[in-house]
Ligand binder design. Structure first.
Ligand code: NDP
Length: 245
């Protein structure tokens, strides 16, 4: 039995990419999963696959821009499984653009999903994790949370924020709650599909030619979860070997 077995793990943004790959790996290892995202049909298909393979997973339509949705997802974990061991705040968007394009609505979307969504996740699980005197919150940041490039200003800003929030959570954990930052580099997912700045999209497609599979990021997440309770993996950066910056 792995130490992941039977842990109740909530994942936001589980309908594709890193969230989906992580759900599938954790399902195989015996975790009890609660999956959220907006595309319920995709979530239901993933849950069905996990169950067919002998795992346990439930799902619920969740828009992380709505605090009530995120709370309802955490409440579902408690109602169905009686506990919540791990929250993976993974939902995120990356519609990068040059600031001159003034894509203010996209800036707001990134702030709402990438920062406020993470905070709503923390708010949804922290009181119960305090009651349990244990819990693990894993926030998906990015290599872009360590450095900025042209077109990345706002996206990087959100990911710097995620790293700061995670570190603050760690310092306030009172020895009970583990806080992990996962900072992926270029990873093959649906993340590029939402870029509307044509020049930025072209640039990204070229940069992403060396991208690695989402499974690699999922393995890093599993590593953090499977450590004993007294070991808190604070941050993992996973890049393609060919990614220079
Ligand atoms: P995907 O686009 O494949 O996945 C993003 C997930 O987020 C989807 O499941 C999507 O589901 C969900 N999501 C988006 N908006 C919302 C919302 N409002 N409410 C709930 N869920 C939402 O990309 P990735 O797998 O790459 O992204 C996962 C995380 O990894 C993000 O935080 C991203 O910033 C980060 N990351 C990715 C990198 C990469 O190279 N791919 C590199 C560094 C970090 P749905 O649309 O169904 O709601």
């Amino acid at each position: 039995m792995s130490s992941v077995s039977d842990k109740v793990v909530i994942i936001t943004g589980a309908s594709s990419g890193i969230g989906e790959a992580t759900a599938r790996q954790l399902g195989q290892l015996g975790a009890r999963l609660v999956l959220g995202a907006r595309r319920l049909d995709r979530l239901q298909a993933i849950c069905k696959d996990i169950e067919t393979a002998g795992g346990q997973a439930i799902c619920q339509a969740t828009d992380v821009r709505r605090r009530a949705d995120v709370k309802a997802l955490a409440d579902l974990a408690l109602a169905h499984y009686g506990q919540m061991d791990v929250l993976i705040n993974n939902a995120g968007l990356m519609p990068v653009s040059f600031l001159d394009e003034l894509k203010v609505e996209e800036w707001e979307q990134m702030i709402d999903v990438n920062i406020k969504g993470v905070l709503y996740g923390i708010a949804a699980v922290l009181p119960q994790m305090r009651k349990q005197h244990s819990g693990h919150i894993i926030n998906i940041a990015s290599v872009a949370g360590h450095r900025v490039l042209p077109t990345y200003s706002v996206y990087s800003g959100t990911k710097f924020a995620v790293r700061a929030i995670s570190e603050g959570l760690r310092q306030e954990s009172r020895g009970e709650i583990r806080s992990t930052i996962i900072s992926p580099g270029l990873t093959k997912t649906e993340l590029l599909d939402h870029i509307t700045d044509a020049q930025a999209a072209d640039q990204m497609r070229k940069i992403f030619e060396v991208a690695i599979n989402a499974d690699a990021i999922a393995r890093a997440i599993v590593y953090a979860i499977e450590q004993p309770d007294d070991v808190d993996v604070n941050e993992i950066v996973v890049r393609p070997t060919q990614q220079e910056r």
